[in-house]
Design a binder for this molecule. Structure first.
Ligand code: PDD
Length: 291
């Protein structure tokens, strides 16, 4: 476990870091979050994550509690205090502490800001080597999935359904039978014709920062992406399937609802994209900090 957490401007012992019971994050899930990978001291797409957090906050009618530079400094200081160069960094911002009532609290109530950093060995993630199993479940979420809110109960239930079936991720399926995304990742397939497909980023899904990075990576590799919805059946017939997220990065999928994909082994496209994405993080302009 890390030693320190950031809580409202202070670096406190992780074990004893507490938020009040009247915090609106606890009472209503009235908050947003971001997850940023720190790989060998490089914060992957920090700018994109902070931009998305600003947008999520705006959509929920909350201001940014502090400037981008202050977030950066807080993250770097937290990583340094915890002596971490490979970690997943979680930022959570809520509407603050006020007596429980649905409307917003009055002006002047301070937002709660929490940042934690957990060790994560991105470069030696065994799952990337063997791939993961995916099961599908109905998408029970609200209509603004483009906002990264801390209201994650549908995702919790989906992920648990996957775990119960011996899978790692759940792909969420809309009323028409199309995959929206994973419970904590974006969903991708590579068709038999070699087309790389992922769903269009509307309010049906979260516009993954890793997804956006992959679009750039694919462009540089001369690979075309088709932005459209695909069905579970199409995924099961695909040459390859994979997911993208700030934690799992590019994760090959080797079965969907028990149907083997690509002979049950990670496919060449996902492996190539994983390697190219790592290159993008290591060499890219988004490099923010080196330990
Ligand atoms: N989840 N879709 C959903 C529903 C997600 O929760 C996530 C990320 C993504 C991928 O977004 P990004 O590439 O920006 O990480 C897509 C994070 C990792 C989490 O909840 O832990």
């Amino acid at each position: 476990m890390p030693h320190y957490a950031y809580l409202n401007g202070r670096y406190v012992s992780h074990d004893r870091a507490c938020v009040h019971i009247e915090d609106r994050g606890f009472q209503f899930a009235d908050g947003v979050y971001e997850v940023i990978a720190c790989i060998d001291g490089r914060l992957a797409d920090e700018r994109g994550h902070i931009d998305r957090m600003r947008r999520s906050l705006k959509e929920l009618k909350m201001p940014m509690p502090m400037k981008r530079e202050n977030f950066h400094d807080a993250i770097v200081r937290l990583l340094k205090k915890n002596r971490l160069r490979n970690a997943s960094v979680y930022i959570q911002v809520t509407r603050g502490v006020y007596k429980r009532d649905f409307p917003f609290p009055p002006k002047g109530v301070k937002q709660t800001v929490v940042i934690t950093a957990r060790p994560f060995d991105f470069k030696n993630n065994e799952k990337v080597k063997v791939g993961i199993k995916v099961v599908t479940v109905p998408d029970l979420r609200w209509k603004r999935r483009d906002i990264k809110t801390t209201g994650l109960i549908a995702q919790v239930l989906a992920k648990q359904a996957a775990v119960v079936k011996g899978a790692y991720e759940a792909w969420l399926v809309d009323e028409r039978g199309f995959v929206t995304e994973g419970s904590s990742s974006n969903a991708w397939i590579v068709t038999k014709k070699g087309s790389i497909v992922t769903r269009k980023a509307t309010s049906d899904i979260l516009r993954g920062v890793t997804r956006t990075a992959l679009q750039k990576v694919c462009k540089d590799l001369g690979l075309k992406i088709e932005e459209r919805a695909f069905t579970v059946g199409e995924a099961q017939q695909a040459q390859e399937c994979f997911t993208s997220s700030a934690v799992a990065l590019i994760m090959p999928v080797v079965s969907v609802d028990g149907k083997k994909i690509g002979g049950g082994k990670p496919g060449p496209v996902a492996q190539k994209l994983y390697a190219s994405y790592m290159d993008y993080v290591m060499k890219g302009k988004q490099v923010s900090w080196k330990a």
